[in-house]
Design a binder for this molecule. Structure first.
Ligand SMILES: Cc1ncc(COP(=O)(O)O)c(C=O)c1O
Length: 390
């Protein structure tokens, strides 16, 4: 039997044709597929603006720059995430602070964030980066209220949650990354994610000023838009069609047209792929109910996007090793970021975030991807059951 990974892209003939058509056309990059993908993605997420970039990490970096993170800016995030959610603050010279997770959801605990905020004067922190970890939609309405009280911005790391949503106490549905409650949100199109583009990322927002700034930052900090141009010096020669200005230090974080066409083709199937993820999750939920395996239920009236299906078990290492012998490539998400050697230099240490550390000691992501067959999933379930003695 072929190994079963924890996540895998699904590429169809339509996807291949979409990329091949770009290769036959005039633009490999900076062509029309970028804007088409951006507006289709914005419509899918339910926000006004979307900026396509090279990957999710570039999206986080540009988002932090646009939000004004600079030397000494203090930002709060969760230890249970991919390290890029924290690194983006460091790229800009900012300081990363962590707050513990809520063990019932595995996402940033708003009470832990509130406690941290209360320990410092107002103005000490500038922003929060909540992560819709595994696809579990963070209650951003509650975070918005807290952020407003302390004058903070919110950057939602929605890499795991395109298509996810939560319902606030007034019954309003907020899709992850829709810009209704966070200044900015970001997504990744890495092959294990919901929408694969090889590499790729997106920043979403409803804020026009941030949007325009992000467009400049994505391309070196250059603009040629007449309403953005400044007077650089007296006696400048007459401007022509070539004219552009480098207005600040930006990057080349562009997505290519091949990637945008693949992303667009995948986006057309996003609802079907999400429905399949939900089906797989339901089957796992049913299989592990009443066993020693702990799972995390989605919040009421919400859509868990199920990038990952995480179980928790005391002998995690034993189960991981056992599943490998069965060709099942379960994975661990995540080693807490504050315990990474790089972050230890800032004084973070074991015991700082006990709930995150306890979670890490027990978590394991089982195979979860739309093309996982029923037979493969049944095999995974029986191997897990065999290990726990069922
Ligand atoms: C939560 C989270 N944030 C950010 C990223 C970074 O995305 P990328 O790999 O596209 O740079 C990832 C990707 O693994 C992620 O899982």
């Amino acid at each position: 039997m072929n190994p079963i990974p924890y996540g895998r892209q699904h590429i169809t003939d339509e996807d291949i044709d979409a990329v091949a058509n770009v290769l036959r056309g005039p633009f490999l990059t900076q062509g029309p597929h970028i804007a088409a993908f951006e507006s289709a993605f914005a419509a899918y997420i339910g926000c006004q603006y979307a900026v396509a970039v090279a990957n999710g990490t570039a999206a986080l970096h540009l988002a932090c720059l646009a939000l004004g993170v600079t030397e000494g800016t203090r930002v709060i995030t969760t230890p249970i995430t991919f390290s890029a959610s924290a690194n983006c603050v460091r790229y800009c010279g900012g300081e990363v602070y962590f707050a513990d997770i809520d063990p019932t959801t595995a996402v940033l605990d708003i009470n832990a964030v509130r406690t941290l905020l209360e320990q410092h004067p107002k103005g000490y922190f500038s922003g929060i980066i909540p992560v819709d970890f595994a696809g579990y939609p963070v209650d951003l309405a509650a975070f918005r209220e807290l952020a407003d009280e302390y004058g903070l911005w919110i950057l939602e790391d929605a890499c795991h949650a395109p298509g996810g949503s939560f319902t606030d106490t007034e019954g309003t549905v907020h899709r992850c990354g829709d810009g209704s409650l966070a200044e900015l949100a970001i997504f990744s199109f890495h092959p294990v994610k919901h929408i694969a583009a090889g590499e790729g990322g997106m920043i979403t927002t409803n804020d026009e000023t941030l949007y325009k700034h992000l467009l400049r930052l994505r391309t070196h900090g250059i603009t040629n838009k007449p309403d953005e141009l400044v007077e650089p010096y007296p006696g400048e020669p007459e401007r022509g069609g070539w004219y552009m200005q480098l207005q600040e230090l930006g990057y080349n974080y562009r997505l290519t047209d091949m990637q945008a066409a693949l992303g667009m083709s995948q986006l057309n199937r996003a609802d079907d792929m999400m429905a399949r993820r939900q089906e797989i999750a339901k089957r796992y939920d049913e299989a592990f109910a009443g066993t020693i395996i702990t799972t995390i239920a989605p919040p009421a009236n919400s859509t868990h996007a199920y990038h990952l299906y995480v179980i928790q078990v005391d002998d995690r290492k034993g189960l991981y090793d056992f599943l490998r012998t069965k060709q099942i490539m379960a994975q661990v998400h995540y080693i807490p970021v504050h315990l990474m050697p790089y972050y230890r230099q800032f004084g973070w240490k074991p015991g700082d975030f006990p709930k995150s550390e306890h979670y890490y000691a027990r978590c394991l992501s089982l195979p979860m991807f739309p093309t996982l067959t029923d037979a493969e999933q049944q095999y995974v379930i029986s191997c897990v059951n065999e290990f726990i003695g069922l």
